[in-house]
Design a protein around this ligand. Structure first.
Ligand SMILES: [Zn+2]
Length: 402
């Protein structure tokens, strides 16, 4: 595995800089292995981004042209801290702390999710650029597309994609993680928080129509304030309706409750949502109120006290909302009934029975990928994507070339 990479900035061409893997305080990894043929990372002026202070949208910095990504090259997200030795006198110091915290969280908790729900992380690198930008540090992760915050209101803001974002957040919580441990009661309650959810709509293999139908891959990024979490969510993230606003109990998890509101799930009459979630024909969805869904969860849990909450939620989704996409399409869910929560759940995958007492958070990376994507899970192992988050203010995409 290469422990260094060579960077070439368009603005400094033909100069090249060699970045070495930095030994991060608090961890020795392991990080994801860089591809051996990574080559020189060429960074166009148009591939350097900053999150705008005005609306928190990602914008090109400092030039105005639309980024031009390599057709088939590997793509990464590099989050830079320029002049890092002067960081003590600038907000950069906080950004470095966040990068370090995130790297530590990755190696401690997220290795089972990389390339599936979170980007590959290749470590933090450091390089000397002399008088230009001093010592530069950057984290290097997989490129994962465009933030949902940036896609809100665009032609990709479809009901299918809102449901996809909801499913991705549900899985992340069920796997045992909270995004914002500092302020969980307000986390994901503001559209700018959705800078941390990305859709890989830059994937050259996916058409616009496929992306509009919710078939792009969806990733979660930015783990500077993440922490382990035992989610007590009681219902799926679906267009439940105005009860989401009026419920005294909420749905059992503040971060996901807030996300449901921002995704518009408090308004089931919203035309864009009703197209993908047809309440006029979905009997259970039409008849199942939030209170009834919560009661089903309580009754099923009481009848099956050893089951993990992630298994209870899989059963509930199948029983009460069978017309919506499951979290794990390759899992076979049988035996549950909307009328009788005491009936036995049978979970299986390719004929192998799973123990519902085991939480999804204990699945291996291979199991998670297969249950999510089936045979396709092995088709994409090359990191091709990068991760803008609100953490450091400057992100950059780069294209590897020979
Ligand atoms: Zn939760």
């Amino acid at each position: 595995m290469p422990h260094q990479v060579i960077l070439e900035f368009e603005t400094r061409r033909p100069e090249q800089y060699t970045a070495k893997l930095w030994r991060i305080p608090g961890t020795n990894g392991p990080f994801c292995a860089l591809p051996a043929d990574v080559g020189v990372l060429k960074i166009l002026n148009s591939s350097i981004f900053i999150n705008s202070y005005e609306k928190d949208n990602r914008v090109v910095f400092p030039v105005k042209y639309i980024p031009k990504w390599g057709e088939n090259g590997l793509r990464f997200c590099l989050r830079f801290i320029f002049n890092s030795t002067k960081a003590g006198r600038s907000p950069n110091l906080r950004f470095l702390d966040r990068l370090v915290h995130e790297a530590n969280f990755y190696t401690a908790h997220l290795l089972n999710l990389v390339g599936i729900l979170v980007p590959h992380h290749f470590g933090i690198f450091t390089m000397e650029t002399g008088a230009w930008a001093g010592r530069v540090m950057f984290s290097m992760t997989q490129w994962c597309g465009t933030p949902w915050k940036t896609l809100m209101g665009s032609k990709l803001d479809t009901a299918a994609n809102r449901l996809l974002v909801g499913r991705t957040l549900e899985m992340f919580h069920d796997l045992g993680f909270l995004l914002n441990s500092r302020e969980p009661e307000v986390s994901m309650g503001n559209p700018r928080d959705f800078c941390q959810i990305l859709l890989d709509v830059d994937d050259p293999q996916a058409t616009l129509e496929q992306c509009q139908r919710g078939q792009a891959r969806c990733y979660i990024v930015g783990f500077a304030y993440a922490e382990p979490h035992e989610c007590e969510r009681l219902v799926p993230l679906l267009p439940i309706g105005p009860e989401l606003f009026s419920s005294l109990t909420g749905i059992g998890c503040d971060e996901l409750d807030n996300a449901a509101i921002v995704l518009g799930f408090g308004d089931r009459r919203k035309p864009s949502l009703s197209a993908a979630f047809d309440f006029s024909t979905a009997n259970h969805a039409r008849e199942c109120t939030l209170a009834e869904a919560i009661k089903w969860h309580a009754d099923f849990s009481a009848a099956h006290p050893t089951f993990s909450n992630s298994s209870v939620l899989i059963a509930q989704r199948r029983a009460l909302f069978p017309e919506v996409a499951p979290l794990y399409p390759a899992l076979c869910v049988e035996g549950v009934s909307p009328e009788d929560p005491t009936r036995e759940l049978k979970l299986s995958e390719a004929g192998n029975v799973l123990d519902p007492a085991i939480s999804s958070g204990r699945w291996t990376r291979e199991e998670l990928g297969y249950r999510l994507w089936g045979a396709l899970s092995k088709a994409r192992t090359i990191p091709r994507t990068a991760v803008p988050s609100r953490t450091p203010r400057i992100d950059s995409g780069s294209t590897a070339s020979e």
